[in-house]
Design a protein around this ligand. Sequence first.
Ligand SMILES: C[S@@+](CC[C@H](N)C(=O)[O-])C[C@H]1O[C@@H](n2cnc3c(N)ncnc32)[C@H](O)[C@@H]1O
Length: 290
Amino acid sequence: MKRAKDLLVEAVETLLAARDNTAQLDAEVLMMYLQGYGRAQLYARLDEPINDETAASFRELVARRAQGEPVAYITSHREFMALDFYVDRRVLIPRPETELLLEYTVNKLRDKGWTEEEFPLVDVGTGSGVIAVYLALRFPRAKVYATDISTEALEVAKLNARRFEVEERINFLQGNLLEPLPEPVKILVSNPPYTILAQVEPNVARYEPNIALDGGPKGLAIYRELLRQAQTRLVRPGLIALEIGSEQANDVANLGRFFFPGCQIDVFKDYAGLDRVVILDIGEEPHNLP
Ligand SMILES: C[S@@+](CC[C@H](N)C(=O)[O-])C[C@H]1O[C@@H](n2cnc3c(N)ncnc32)[C@H](O)[C@@H]1O
């Protein structure tokens, strides 16, 4: 029988050969998942023998990873804002950039001093529900809507809402962007599809839902439609917080100016100095719609 550490060495070799640049981490996560261990337990039990059946199961998981399947889909877990979310192939795997979107949004809301009761908020394109669930937990008195065009994604989002006991707090709606909303909202938060599909990393395009990625020929189609719809579905003063691709700040800011002339626009960067979030602070006065 092999020891856990022998299987890990073998897995890392397999994953490195498959050009997995997080081979060590992935091998450890897969072993922890299979054995139901935490990290401390994994390291404490490296010398223990692993029976043949478990070793075969581990090799199967490693083979899936070597084919390019994301670890989060293999284990059905993704940590986001220190919360453990369920994910599967019906939804995009939440990314660290989206944690920044939430941090900047929460800071901005704190600066505004709006009370929670005041703000119906919406997470547009909720996917796994990470944004809606986090905001429902963070603002326990706020009314929260979450929309998605994908009924499959909404099933996953509802599952996560149940997991964190906020299913009664979030109104999940299927449909195109803001169209299903029953009332205007004051705060709109979204990580919409914003990539040009042909430019997406092959394994991402192969495993993750294309509807979650495809922002049209220039990556801007969903922003344009979302901001157009927001003109008539946003309470003033209101706020729109959007995750963006690193090259999209100018284009999204211009769309913001077009649909909301006079709005204040802030662009925020990630830790690598790349533009990642645009927040439109929309003032009191309605304007003539373009
Ligand atoms: C980039 S994913 C974001 C998922 C999740 N909010 C997150 O940050 O991890 C975009 C989501 O928008 C949804 N979507 C795409 N087109 C849409 C549309 N026209 N109306 C509503 N949702 C849409 C997709 O199904 C997907 O769940």
